[in-house]
Design a protein around this ligand. Sequence first.
Ligand SMILES: Nc1ccn([C@H]2C[C@H](O)[C@@H](COP(=O)(O)O)O2)c(=O)n1
Ligand SMILES: [Zn+2]
Length: 159
Amino acid sequence: MPKRSDYITWDEYFMGVAILAAQRSKDPNTQVGACIVSQDNKILSIGYNGMPLGCSDDEFAWGRDVEHDNKYFYIVHSELNAILNYRGGSLEGSKIYVTLFPCNECAKAIIQSGIREVIYWQDKYKDTPEVIASKRMLRTAGVQITEYIPTGRTVNISV
Ligand SMILES: Nc1ccn([C@H]2C[C@H](O)[C@@H](COP(=O)(O)O)O2)c(=O)n1
Ligand SMILES: [Zn+2]
């Protein structure tokens, strides 16, 4: 019997994991997932945007607009969570799949942790200073930036 031919690609697999991780986010507006992968295609870590450990999802603000108490003060971005969730040592030479282009703060953490490639799906904040600065830093530091092109394949997960 021949092997299956309709299996998902590595890129579909890792971006799919990032998309699934994003479903854990409590952010009512934007859910982001990230998946860090080694050079030999092993998943090293996963993250999504959420409140820091011990900071209750029910007590901290999820809104965007209140000047003195909004989610931006508190939320840990998916990429930083994925980096911080890693317990195995060095991320040198790894790549990160992320559902939304990293901001400047995450770019710094990506660069400093030794991640060498960012594969991103959406880029809805591309005209913001944060993302423009992020791209500048990533390019200058020699981190490869790759846009994920959706294949259109539907993967059903029944839970
Ligand atoms: N690359 C990114 C960009 C943003 N996030 C998080 C931060 C917030 O939880 C949310 C953005 O909220 P919005 O301003 O669209 O209401 O996404 C991230 O984790 N990674
Ligand atoms: Zn960020």
